[in-house]
Design a protein around this ligand. Structure first.
Ligand SMILES: Cc1cc2nc3c(=O)[nH]c(=O)nc-3n(C[C@H](O)[C@H](O)[C@H](O)COP(=O)(O)OP(=O)(O)OC[C@H]3O[C@@H](n4cnc5c(N)ncnc54)[C@H](O)[C@@H]3O)c2cc1C
Length: 286
């Protein structure tokens, strides 16, 4: 944040009511031109045959397609600098700005506004880390493009995956707005457990918020921003922050060791809480 700053365009008040809903990453002319060149030169994933006949939705073109339409396109689109003042250098107008928008209630995930892309994943991390302020960014989920049918679950479903407007209908799997085999199966299993509990006249036991299933369920059924909701893979950004214990040498992990240490802490906590949830005698295990 010594490079970036919080501000909504024209200080407009958003859901947070502060006028500071976005993180802004400023670029000067040279940085912008180098970024556009990198997008155009970057290696892309190919279209499958059936995808080639599906036109892009014009409201969310991949950024590399916009860059190919002309070097100024992005600067007048998702990267426009208007209505923003660099808090660190108020007299210097940014040539372009990348905006990050908070993606979950915990504030552990931010998405890059308007940055749909078909760049290969390694290219995305390489090129996006050249954006000022994102040199050390951790990418919880990279961009990709495919067609998906899903509900706006944060708005439509209750915490037990029932349609708010008609609770006799319960949804399971991918249609609830998760992405991937394991995630779909997990949401199928939870929907099954909730349905069974309901049928047996029991109180359904929610998976702990600290486990992957609990974190994903909480995200899709309420914590995700309904306005920008997109199918979600499970990832560490969905978990409530964790205290990282010191290593065997009694010292706190630093530098390169910090991320693996944090992931181990998330995982250890999740396994412990999942065990407890399923342990004999617990309500969930019955
Ligand atoms: C091209 C592609 C590649 C993918 N690759 C991966 C990958 O590598 N790794 C990964 O983790 N995930 C991948 N996924 C995502 C993954 O396939 C899905 O998230 C997962 O299969 C969803 O499981 P599901 O059971 O929720 O839904 P589905 O598998 O879609 O099952 C829904 C079922 O309902 C049936 N159905 C629909 N309507 C009706 C109806 N009216 N009556 C009766 N039956 C009906 C359908 O025929 C289907 O069998 C990929 C998806 C696609 C499209």
């Amino acid at each position: 944040m010594s490079v970036c700053w919080f501000q909504s365009r024209y200080d407009k008040e958003g859901p947070g009511g502060t006028g500071k809903d976005y993180i802004n990453c400023p670029m000067n002319r040279d940085e912008y031109n180098a970024f556009i060149d990198a997008l155009i030169a970057g290696e892309k994933t190919d279209f499958k045959e059936w995808e080639a006949s599906t036109p892009y939705f014009d409201g969310c073109l991949p950024i590399e397609v916009m860059a190919e339409r002309g070097p100024e396109t992005l600067r007048h689109g998702p990267m426009k600098p208007r209505g923003l003042t660099n808090a660190h250098k108020p007299d210097e107008k940014a040539y372009a700005v990348v905006q990050l928008r908070q993606d979950n209630a915990l504030g552990t995930l931010y998405n890059m506004v308007g940055f749909q892309t078909k760049l290969r994943h390694a290219e995305q991390t390489r090129i996006f880390r050249t954006i000022p302020g994102l040199r050390n960014a951790e990418f919880a989920r990279l961009g990709g493009l495919h067609r998906n049918t899903f509900l706006n679950s944060p708005r439509l479903l209750d915490p037990l995956m029932r349609l708010r407007s008609m609770p006799r209908l319960r949804f399971a799997g991918q249609i609830t707005g998760v992405e991937g085999y394991v995630e779909s199966a997990a949401m199928g299993m939870l929907a099954g457990r909730f349905a069974a509990a309901e049928r047996l006249g029991q109180t359904p036991q929610m998976p702990p918020r600290t486990t992957a299933m609990g974190a994903l369920l909480a995200h899709i059924t309420g914590e995700a921003n309904a306005e920008t909701f997109q199918p979600m893979n499970v990832n560490f950004g969905l978990f409530p922050p964790v205290e990282v214990p010191p290593g065997p040498d009694g010292r706190k992990a630093r530098g390169r060791d910090k991320v693996p240490a944090r992931k181990r802490a998330y995982t250890a906590r999740a396994l412990r809480d999942m065990d407890q949830w399923l342990s004999p005698g617990s309500k969930a295990a019955e």
